[in-house]
Write a protein that binds this ligand. Structure first.
Ligand code: FES
Length: 88
């Protein structure tokens, strides 16, 4: 049980800037295009924005970039980013 809690804590610390709170991302222009959204694949915000502009959905973005093919910890962030960009 302690091993599971330790693993979960390490995952959280590696994937989120705030502990224990995960604050939602924003899509403001001040966000860097170089910000890595998917830690497993190294997919950046700028690359996701480029793929969204090409009309790709989350599944297609995953196939093209490799995002969401690892731990899945970026799923919510990518879905929210795609949703926000699509609404613009
Ligand atoms: S952070 Fe692990 S799949 Fe994206």
């Amino acid at each position: 049980m302690a091993w599971l809690l330790f693993t979960m804590a390490m995952f959280y610390l590696n994937h989120y800037d705030f502990f224990p709170l995960h604050l939602p991302m924003t899509t403001s222009p001040s966000q860097s295009a170089d910000e890595v959204i998917c830690q497993c694949s190294g997919t950046t915000r700028g690359y996701i924005e480029k793929l969204v502009q090409q009309g790709l959905d989350v599944d297609a973005i995953s196939q093209r970039s490799g995002a969401l093919t690892g731990c899945g910890g970026c799923e919510w962030d990518i879905a929210e980013l795609v949703k926000a960009l699509g609404a613009q």
